[in-house]
Design a protein around this ligand. Sequence first.
Ligand SMILES: Cc1cc2nc3c(=O)[nH]c(=O)nc-3n(C[C@H](O)[C@H](O)[C@H](O)COP(=O)(O)OP(=O)(O)OC[C@H]3O[C@@H](n4cnc5c(N)ncnc54)[C@H](O)[C@@H]3O)c2cc1C
Length: 302
Amino acid sequence: MTELLVVGAGPAGISAALWARWFGLEVRVVDAGASPGGQLHRVHFHPRTLAGIPVGDGPAIAAVMARQLADAGVAVRGECTAQRLEPGARPAVILEGGERLACQAVLIATGVRRRRLGVPGEDALEGRGVSFSATRDRAQLAGRRVLVVGGGDAAYENALILAGAGCRVVLAVRDAPRARAEFRARVARTPAIEVRRGVRVTAILGTDAVTGVRLAGPEGVADVAVEGVVVKVGVVPNTEWCRDAVACDDAGHVRAGEHGRTSAPRVWAAGDVTGPALPSVAVAMGQAAAAVADARRALRED
Ligand SMILES: Cc1cc2nc3c(=O)[nH]c(=O)nc-3n(C[C@H](O)[C@H](O)[C@H](O)COP(=O)(O)OP(=O)(O)OC[C@H]3O[C@@H](n4cnc5c(N)ncnc54)[C@H](O)[C@@H]3O)c2cc1C
């Protein structure tokens, strides 16, 4: 029987699988995506915070990690989405389609996904002016009038990237800005960026391409002409499948205690899914290593 079932093959799940192999545990990994790497597939630049990895963008780093898994003899079952977690002394994960994977311990490493606006036009115009990354779509958006939505670091940083690409940027911030002071100061010094506070995007307009946005704010509802929209409104934890089985916080992150222990016996969690103070590759990998070491201790005590 599988000793450790790792759900999610982002940096946390990959680190967990490598450590599990090192400890001699019988490990299985499932992931909803086609290949391991998780959010690294959306990092379109070289992350300068990864010790020991001096070159490569996210997908290149994900490919290196996938090779490491293969070299360690860990097979990842891709395109397998966990739908439910059955807690217990012998927990099990039910996949979409109904297959039941029984095991002795589960590591939840399902990370987070982008939050979407959920307004008319967002889905239909994705890739035709609606973007989720100014870094990736910089060339297409260069020189245009673009609305960036969001009040965190990512939104402010994307506004600065676009201003640097010759765009005129409207930065729509719904609540109080959460971006760090350094980004706010740089935005305030950039004439190409206009910050609109207290406004909400209620629709993205256009038929074949983005032509504008509808904004609702203190002064009422108004349509603003733009040729691009970059959405940077945070993330949502991928925990719908396990929320009935383990305690989660109000935002849906798994509550993980010491060594990643959750409220359910034999279930650990690691990485962004736990809502760490610094969501990052290093933290995800470290949390996963600690969780696997703890799971191994628990299993060996059986
Ligand atoms: C644009 C961008 C830039 C970033 N820049 C940096 C940086 O410079 N430095 C840094 O350290 N970090 C950076 N990060 C953050 C870093 O990528 C994350 O912290 C890290 O990927 C978290 O790893 P994780 O394994 O916890 O989760 P994820 O990477 O989110 O992986 C979760 C995995 O679980 C799978 N999954 C989800 N739901 C299910 C399900 N129900 N069943 C099965 N599988 C499921 C997903 O397919 C995914 O593969 C960046 C992230 C983004 C998006």
